[in-house]
Design a protein around this ligand. Structure first.
Ligand code: GAL
Length: 420
């Protein structure tokens, strides 16, 4: 009897093993999520794919903002050996679409009802010529300011709402021998602070004209000169070790009570969360001064490449499917600091910052104050973005360059990059 039961269960086990082996494939996923909070988030996707029987081949390329990752990706695709998926977003998805190397995800999008589940601003970004080629994991809000209330208290400074209040508080923090603004001097981080300043000082319409329409008169304008002035002013409150610092090391300065403020998207919250810090108590999230009610969005997504191997193709479809499942969207975004890309998700487990972000995302879309992040590849093609980065960083690192010259240089660099 026992023998019979045993052989039957062995047979069943073998059968299911061979069934999963038939459909199991490998997914190679290129991403740049290597900081504490980011790595935890990526690990959730790996876990879910492995639970479906697939093999996860991690292709992580370190470097915040993803510049290094994009360089590595190009060489892989050019040599005819693309990964299954890569963390590509915004207009760059269109650039890869033009290369004819992305695969069509319409059938999984249709069966899983992506059109009904995604806000149109997200769905549109995932499509190339009307066809789904990418799957969204989240929506990040970039125009955040992170604060350490203990550092403010120690310096006897008030939590600021306006730029004037911010600089008044920063003076006190500096006088107390602490770092007021934690910054990492890398082009994408300079650009991150700069776009929040532009939005906060000149508003959403101006931001759109400058960074989406690339209007020369807005790029070289009095408002842009003022924004450059303000960027230079913030630099005066950073520490001497800022050049080259990774963004998560800047966040760590807040976590370790060494600095008061960081301008950064809400992936910074992933670091606070990983360090077991509590929103509203150990750290505060506030929109950068002047940007309350506005939202610079940054949607992380995985674009999928055309593959040859049938098993790996099936695994790729499972990857796309998993990314959009509510279970993944919840656990990933709890770790990542962002909000789910899917509509109508239960936000009960999320903290106050994420709840605010979720409400502001919907409200800013209605108020027309929802704008794509320039610094995070959502607003313009990569060559133009590179031109903006170069100008902003040159200005940031060269105190002899005037704000007027920077605005002029910005307009001409953007024009040159467009005609390339
Ligand atoms: C952003 C990306 C985020 C985060 C950050 C730092 O561009 O969208 O997911 O990883 O860079 O690397």
């Amino acid at each position: 009897m026992l023998k019979k039961i045993l052989s039957k269960s062995i047979a069943i086990a073998l059968l299911s093993l061979s069934a999963s082996a038939v459909f199991a494939g490998e997914v190679e996923v290129l991403h740049f999520w290597t900081s504490g909070g980011e790595a935890k988030s990526a690990a959730e996707l790996k876990k879910m794919l492995e639970a479906k029987g697939h093999t996860w081949k991690d292709f992580a390329v370190a470097g915040g903002g993803g510049e290094n990752a994009m360089t590595v990706l190009k060489s892989r695709v050019v040599s005819g050996n693309p990964p299954s998926a890569a963390q590509i977003k915004g207009p760059t998805i269109q650039e890869w679409g033009d290369e004819g190397v992305l695969t069509n995800l319409n059938s999984v999008a249709e069966s899983e009802k992506w059109n009904d589940l995604l806000p149109s601003v997200v769905a549109d970004a995932m499509k190339y010529k009307g066809n789904y080629v990418a799957a969204p994991v989240n929506v990040h809000r970039v125009n955040w300011m992170w604060l350490n209330p203990a550092v403010f208290k120690k310096a006897g400074a008030e939590i600021p709402k306006t730029w004037d209040e911010l600089f008044a508080a920063a003076d006190k923090i500096k006088a107390a021998g602490l770092t007021a603004i934690a910054h990492g001097g890398q082009p994408w981080q300079d650009a991150t602070t700069f776009e929040s300043i532009v939005l906060g000082t000149a508003g959403a319409d101006f931001y759109r004209k400058a960074f989406v329409d690339l209007d020369p008169a807005s790029l070289d304008s009095e408002a842009m000169v003022k924004a450059f002035d303000m960027l230079r002013k913030t630099k005066g409150y950073t520490d001497k070790d800022a050049p080259g610092r990774e963004w998560n090391m800047a966040t760590a300065m807040l976590i370790n009570d060494k600095a008061a403020i960081q301008f950064m998207g809400d992936w910074a919250k992933g670091e606070f969360t990983a360090a077991k810090k509590e929103a509203g108590k150990d750290f505060l999230c506030m929109p950068a001064p002047g940007t309350a009610g506005m939202f610079t969005f940054n949607i992380d997504s995985f674009a999928m490449f055309e593959l040859k191997d049938e098993k790996n193709k099936a695994a790729q479809v499972d990857l796309a499917k998993t990314i959009m499942e509510p279970g993944f969207q919840e656990v990933f975004n709890l770790n990542k600091g962002s909000i789910p890309a899917r509509l109508n998700m239960d936000m009960a487990k999320f903290d106050t910052c994420a709840k605010d972000s979720s409400a502001e995302f919907v409200k800013s879309a209605a108020d027309k104050t929802l704008v794509p992040s320039m610094a995070h590849g959502m607003a313009m093609f990569s060559a133009v973005q590179g031109a903006v980065y170069d100008t902003v960083t040159k200005f940031y690192n060269d105190d002899a360059m005037s704000s007027k010259d920077a605005a002029k240089a910005l307009a001409s660099a953007v024009k040159a990059a467009q005609t390339k």
